[in-house]
Design a binder for this molecule. Structure first.
Ligand SMILES: *Cc1c(COP(=O)(O)O)cnc(C)c1O
Length: 404
């Protein structure tokens, strides 16, 4: 049995007492005297974790993006009431489709989850038996054609359904690969330049053979137009990450496109349980957060934001260039992570530190700064920073390079 003395002793090592309110273990006086407001807690510090300035980008390992107060308010609001999950998804799907001028939409568990449920929807339609049969694809169309250059790790979201990938290089090969088992054609927007078949031709091939087309646009806002462009172009399904450029919940995403396919995709999601996507749950808080993040994103002054990023990148570049032997390159990736980006390189005879060690120094310093890079360079973007942090990054980059 827990004695009062033992209890008080163990409580003193806890940051708050709030968790015991209502358990009968605490007297009100004790609680009132000791409760800390949850918002005042520094959870990461409490857990012994260092936070950092994100000069890298929207990386899952770095927890993606930060949400605005409007988004976190929606999430907090969502946590206060019960609502029917399917009805919520129905209404939010309609709202998002209206905002993005497409036939239908749903909030998925990330772009990855959107791919799995999107393909599962195409494979099974509204047939409950088929839905519960996956990942066994016996008797179902189970081949997805992808361009070899598009076949990066994320295609695992497709094979999660039980489907197989068929890899092709050219339009000719693609047409030859089509057979009675072909379920879908999948396109990775990030690798548009690397693949031989481009958007319009890909969509046309799908239409010609009456096969659904899907485009993965996970990291492809900005530009904001991409939210409209690919459904309009004729892709049947389009996926975006919620927690990258849109700055919604990291575990949410958007599946946009044809109503029939999206309704079929929903057959695999909770509350339904005997499905492959039961574990890809998106609860009401995230659904609301995603909706509001999208609303906020659409309202933004995108040009102004772009100019800010350009100024920030230039500031950091100029600061690095003040060190002898340093060279910088400002570039914008054509698709995916399409934002002003900086590469910093140097002559290691003049600056005596390797890029890897310099990145480690930035991360170990105060404040910690995360970057990307390799043996040759440090890579920096500013779109995931709070405005003002670019000055700290500029100063620290120069310090690390100067003092090596
Ligand atoms: C990030 C990413 C994904 C995964 O998206 P989540 O929203 O994290 O599920 C899929 N495809 C590409 C190309 C990505 O960049």
């Amino acid at each position: 049995m827990i004695t009062r003395r033992k209890l008080l002793k163990s409580l003193s090592s806890l940051p708050v007492l709030g968790g015991l309110v209502g358990t009968g273990l605490l007297t009100p006086q004790l609680v009132n005297a000791s409760v800390t407001k949850p918002a005042a807690r520094n959870f990461f510090k409490e857990l012994g974790l260092r936070t950092f300035i994100n000069a890298a980008g929207t990386y899952t390992s770095m927890t993606g993006s930060l949400m605005s107060e409007e988004v976190t308010s929606a999430i907090t609001y969502g946590a206060t009431e019960y609502v029917d999950l399917d009805q919520l998804q129905d209404k939010v799907g309609e709202r998002i489709a209206e905002l993005l001028n497409c036939e239908y939409a749903t909030v998925s568990s990330g772009a990855f989850g959107a791919m799995t449920i999107g393909l599962a929807g195409v494979m099974c339609g509204m047939d409950n038996e088929k839905v519960s049969q996956l990942p066994d694809t016996t008797g179902l169309k189970n081949e997805v054609i992808v361009q070899e250059a598009h076949n990066i790790g994320y295609t695992h979201a497709l094979t999660n359904t039980g489907a197989k990938l068929v890899k092709v290089k050219t339009a000719r090969e693609l047409e030859k690969a089509i057979n009675k088992n072909t379920a879908m054609l999948w396109f990775l927007n990030a690798n548009t330049e690397e693949g031989e078949i481009k958007w319009e031709e890909f969509v046309a091939l799908g239409k010609k053979h009456n096969i659904a087309t899907f485009i993965d646009c996970a990291a492809d806002v900005p530009p904001v137009d991409n939210l409209f462009k690919f459904t309009k172009m004729g892709f049947d399904l389009v996926a975006f990450s919620g927690g990258k450029g849109i700055r919604g919940p990291q575990s949410a995403g958007l599946l946009l496109g044809k109503r029939a396919y999206i309704e079929a995709a929903r057959m695999h999601t909770p509350p339904r349980g005997t499905t492959i996507a039961r574990g890809m749950k998106v609860n009401k808080e995230e659904v609301l957060g995603m909706m509001v993040a999208l609303e906020m994103y659409l309202q933004k002054d995108h040009e102004k934001e772009w100019e800010l990023w350009e100024r920030q990148i230039k500031l950091i570049s100029d600061s690095a260039l003040a060190v002898e032997g340093v060279e910088t390159e400002i570039h914008v990736p054509p698709h995916a992570n399409h934002v002003p980006s900086l590469r910093i390189k140097w002559d290691q005879k003049l600056v005596g530190i390797s890029p890897e060690d310099a990145r480690k120094k930035l991360m170990d310093g105060h404040p910690a700064i995360s970057t990307v890079g390799n043996k040759e360079m440090i890579g920096i973007t500013t779109w995931m920073m709070d405005p003002g942090q670019e000055r700290i990054v500029a100063k620290r980059v120069r310090e690390v390079l100067e003092n090596s």
